[in-house]
Design a protein around this ligand. Sequence first.
Ligand code: PLP
Length: 429
Amino acid sequence: MTLAAGIDCGALAGGASSPVRTGAAVGGAPFVQAYGRGAYAYDRGGREYVDYLMAYGPLLFGHAHPPLVRDLDAIAARGSVFGSTHEEEVRLAERISAVLPSVERLRFVSTGTEAMMSAVRVARAFTDRPAILRFAGNYHGHFDAALHEAGASAQTSDAAPSGIPPGVRADVIVARYNDLADLDAKLTDREHQLAALAVEPIVGNMGLVLPAPGFLDGIYERARRYGALVIFDEVITWLRLGLGGAQVALGYEPDLTALGKVMGGGFPLAAFGGRADIMDALAPAGAAFTGGTFSGNPFSVALGHRVLDLIESDPGMYPRLDARAHRLAAGLRSTLAELGLPYPVTQLASMVDLKFRPGPPPRDDDEAAQADGVAFSAYYRAMRERGVLLAPSQNELMFLSTAHGAAEIDRTLEAAAGALRELQAKGVI
Ligand SMILES: Cc1ncc(COP(=O)(O)O)c(C=O)c1O
């Protein structure tokens, strides 16, 4: 039985629909949300919190953004799921290809997990090879091949029965992010079994970790050398970094890409796509099967159009978001400096990350794992007491939305200064 603010969550396996939500990593009662508006989450008592969870990324426009949630009943009135192809679905695919040139063809799914799982299957089918190389601390969802030694936000142990069969592990190679020497060492004697290298080009699942110069080039070079494909997991980064995601921002054309989170405007919508000849490996043209009752449903697709409409009609949106996030990061850095605390703050677009590990920002999962979990837990609780809701795990980021204005940033910086001072006075940091 898990008691959360007076709610018995025992009917939910493990107390929540996703493990991180229990707050097990930070202790205390899990946050139970009653509703959300703009930049704010509200608990059952009606208390408001500046929300940096933003549902772990999708809410680029905050909760219940009027242009997104307006007239939803009119959409539903035309039918919320068809089971047949529809025009808006084709049009949305065309709009996505127009901004992501590497995605010549795509297939819609409902979650990021499905998108990555399907991309991996297509890569295996196209190359007729079994092995996938991933990087520790990158999260690609909860399918077997993605979870084996995922590290960071999805700790699984080979020692304990985790439900991942040994046969799956045999075809998954896990290397250290930002470390081409480790990549080469792990690939030794496996090169010609390699179907794909899968990577979060900018990682949002061990905190915010940026690729070191030459790292992504090195991945491409190995892929070309060994006849393997490159899969970019842009489930977080697409539409967080702009219409072109990380790939256009950094100048890459991955063979396959997984998309999700922001694209559905708060509803389940995801996709995978890439080069036309590779995507032709999918049934019915090819032998690789993926499908889904809710894939491309008109409700989520309509929201997908609304998200792109909002972004395309407001060229100032990303610079504004970046400026807000920049101000938040700068404010956090100046408080840390004032208190003599050597913790790094990383910011990119609307993502901000404070790591309780002295020195420069972590470059890989081993370094990220050195962050002080006790300090983070105390910080999480101190922030929550002050009306700021962070993700209850130091592997997650602070996500800003267009609803996070100057007032919310000020309030957050004041809370952070108070929380950090309190923790320092108590000797926690
Ligand atoms: C980079 C990345 N890929 C894939 C996923 C899985 O997406 P979903 O939770 O929609 O299955 C996530 C989820 O956090 C993610 O961050």
